[in-house]
Design a protein around this ligand. Structure first.
Ligand code: NAD
Ligand code: ZN
Ligand code: ZN
Length: 374
């Protein structure tokens, strides 16, 4: 069938909206009519050339929501008409990590940036017959898409998919960065650096856990203002600008938990956050830097790491399993304790995708969302 999708042909480069040929669903796959896709910074890392991918051209997008329209053979637990969110890691349910309840770390993760499906083949082609890959085995920047059932999380139909889509990456990642990776406790002092689509949910997670102080850091004034509406108690333009206040509220000790959710996390920023954490505190690194980054981390050496007993915790997908976390987060939304509608600053058509990413880079949005009906 034909579908319209946002394709990256070279990196660095821009998204081009093109018509592509899409195969029908194979064994264990479903055909999904996409309703909405959030615009996460991770897709921008691909088009900016920060993150290398194994195959171009590539359809971007991994924060998606849609409706199952056709089942391939051997699909279990999904029916035509079901609402699904995409999981950017297709958890196999069988490997060591899935068995340990760490579905986000599934061995299938090795395929995320290869552009291919789990069987090593492609589902999309352009008019010259060239195979077109997909981001995270998904490619949600497409009106129609074929997903492996492992990439689909079935959800109840009461939450509009235009809102629910955010849970598929930014909300789970940010919320879990605070609650699971950072394990924020009631009364903690938490620093969140970078309050965009991911970080705003780290703020929400820390606040829901009962943190006494949530200090939001972002160079963009609007983000600092918006963070206060999501549970931040104060906001600052840099970690350095927050340091006096941090010292004041912790008796000079430093943050219990610092969470890095900036758009581009360079090692210099890791160093600043590491130094802002107290003895035996936790630094959560969620935001990505260029995959080529190998500069030293200022202030980090073995002596200090051992003597201060600090923990540096990398976090993928908020260290939560999508099938468990996404329905739970939607429950929190239903009960009015998690803000989702307020995260959507602007809605775009697929054709406006480069404008949308320009808005993200210029700090105009908490999250931009593509509506396929627009
Ligand atoms: N680990 C994971 O599983 C995972 C999942 C999704 C996204 N990510 C990564 O998380 C990061 C954030 O993604 P996003 O979609 O929220 O991006 P975003 O662009 O929406 O938000 C990033 C925010 O960081 C701010 N910022 C920039 N430089 C800063 C600095 N030096 N200090 C503090 N704030 C700064 C920006 O103003 C912006 O508000 C990206 O690197 C993305 O690739 C990681
Ligand atoms: Zn993402
Ligand atoms: Zn697995």
């Amino acid at each position: 069938m034909r579908t319209k999708a946002a394709v990256l042909r070279e990196a660095p480069g821009e998204w081009a909206v093109e018509e592509l040929e899409l195969d029908g669903p194979g064994v264990g796959e479903v055909l999904v009519e996409m309703v909405a896709s959030g615009l996460c910074h991770s897709d921008d890392h691909i088009s900016a050339g920060d993150t290398q991918v194994g195959h171009l051209p590539l359809v971007g997008g991994h924060e998606g929501a849609g409706i199952v329209r056709e089942l391939g053979p051997g699909v279990h637990g999904l029916e035509v008409g079901d609402h699904i969110l995409t999981s950017f890691v297709p958890g196999c349910g069988e490997c060591r990590w899935c068995a340990m309840g760490m579905q986000g770390l599934c061995n299938n993760g090795a395929m995320l940036l290869q552009g291919k499906q789990l069987d090593g083949t492609f589902r999309m082609r352009d008019d010259s017959g060239t195979d077109v890959g997909t981001m995270c085995l998904l490619g949600t920047f497409s009106q129609w898409q074929v997903f492996d059932q492992k990439s689909c999380v079935k959800i109840a139909k009461d939450v509009p998919l235009e809102v629910a889509c955010l849970v598929s990456c930014g909300v789970q990642t940010g919320f879990g960065s605070a609650t699971t990776a950072g394990d924020v406790q009631a009364g903690d002092v938490v620093l969140v650096a970078g309050v965009g689509g991911v970080g705003m949910n780290a703020v929400q997670g820390a606040s829901l856990r009962g943190a006494a102080h949530v200090l939001a850091v972002d160079p963009v004034e609007d983000k600092r203002k918006w963070a206060l509406q999501f549970g931040a108690t104060e906001s600052f333009e840099s970690i350095a600008a927050a340091s006096d206040r941090l010292s004041e509220v912790t008796g000079g000790q430093g943050a219990d938990v610092a969470i890095l959710t900036a758009g581009i996390v360079r090692n210099e920023l890791i160093g600043a956050a590491y130094q802002a954490v107290r003895k035996a505190g936790t630094l959560v690194v969620t935001g990505l830097g260029p995959d080529s980054e190998d500069a030293p981390i200022p202030g980090l050496n073995a002596f200090g790491l051992a003597m201060w007993q600090k923990r540096i915790q990398g976090a993928l997908y908020g260290m939560k399993s999508p099938r468990e976390a996404m329905p739970m987060l939607l429950d929190l939304y239903r009960s009015g304790r998690l803000k989702l509608d307020e995260l959507v600053t602007r809605v775009y058509s697929l054709d406006e995708i480069n404008i949308a990413y320009d808005d993200m880079r210029n700090g105009r949005n908490i999250r931009g969302v593509i509506h396929f009906s627009k």
